[in-house]
Design a protein around this ligand. Structure first.
Ligand code: C2E
Ligand code: CA
Ligand code: CA
Length: 269
């Protein structure tokens, strides 16, 4: 039912690792070992926080800290992302409500959404009922999907997006430039904004190709009336170049690492 993400060299070894990770996720779900952290998105012009991206964390009692780069693809393949994803939405929206109530009234929340969630659950009903229950303006929610997510089942994804857009929920393309970057997709899917992948931002100050790519993406976004966020900003020189290129908003270790709700409240509110 779920597409396998990784090409494996040693099928047996990889399957057993995968099964083991599925068990670890199962245990973590049962024992509530997942938590959320939030990384600030900063306006280049004002230097103020305009939003946060929610990022899930897992600390397994048996294996310690596991990276989402490992457990998310596994949870997508096993279908566990459906249960995990619902929990993430609920926790992240509750935390957004707290931030908005405690001095950050206009803050937005960027939520990572897996294509498996879009195709196999009633994500729309789930999120909209939370938004209504918590009285959060729908425009404060930005759903982040990767380019590859769009090509799984474009028709269904398009329908779900349109339903969200009707309610003013924003749709963003994550890791832009790393996947199937067809420009016509931007039009077809009625995207609100792009996040330039950190692999390009990383080289912007000393690699000509990365600089050219970032400046072209920013110029294109401006022409198309799309918002843009540069991810993975780690140095002052990267920030300065992005600012000169007209990038709206930046995110990265230079501006703030992902931290717990409490840490963010005491830092920013
Ligand atoms: P992503 O959505 O591209 O998230 C950004 C990743 O870059 C995060 O890694 C963040 O900690 C990291 N990052 C941010 N700024 C910097 C920087 O300046 N330098 C470097 N080197 N890294 C930076 P993280 O939290 O490990 O998440 C990895 C990926 O796992 C995410 O990539 C996303 O694809 C997935 N993920 C994380 N949380 C969720 C979630 O709640 N739901 C879903 N479906 N996927 C998630
Ligand atoms: Ca993201
Ligand atoms: Ca990203």
């Amino acid at each position: 039912m779920y597409a396998k993400k990784h090409t494996v060299v040693n099928e047996d070894a990889s399957n057993s690792n995968w099964n083991e990770l599925t068990d670890v996720i199962e245990e973590a779900l049962k024992q509530h070992c997942f938590s959320m952290v939030y990384q600030p998105l900063i306006s280049v012009q004002s230097g103020k926080v305009v939003g946060f991206e929610s990022l899930v964390r897992c600390e397994s009692p048996t294996f310690g800290v596991i990276s989402p780069c490992d457990f998310i693809p596994c949870a997508e393949q096993s279908g566990q992302i459906l249960e995990l994803g619902s929990w993430i939405f609920q926790q992240a929206l509750l935390d957004l409500k707290r931030m908005r109530n405690q001095g950050m009234e206009n803050i937005c929340l960027s939520l990572n959404v897996s294509p498996v969630q879009l195709l196999h659950t009633n994500v729309y009903e789930q999120l909209m009922s939370l938004i209504i229950e918590l009285n959060i303006p729908p425009s404060a929610i930005k759903l982040e999907l990767t380019e590859t997510a769009l090509i799984h089942d474009p028709q269904t994804i398009c329908k779900v997006f349109n339903a969200f857009k009707q309610e003013d929920v924003q749709i963003w393309l994550d890791d832009f430039g790393t996947g199937f970057a067809s420009l016509s997709l931007l039009r077809k899917f009625n995207i609100d904004g792009l996040k330039i992948d950190r692999s390009f931002v990383n080289g912007i100050a000393d690699n000509n190709d990365d600089f050219t790519l970032c400046s072209a993406v920013i110029a294109m976004a401006q022409r198309l009336g799309l918002h843009i966020v540069a991810e993975g900003v780690e140095t002052e020189s990267q920030l300065q170049i992005l600012s000169q290129l007209g990038c709206d908003v930046v995110q990265g270790y230079l501006l703030g690492k992902p931290q717990t709700l409490e840490q963010n409240l005491s830092l920013w509110s």
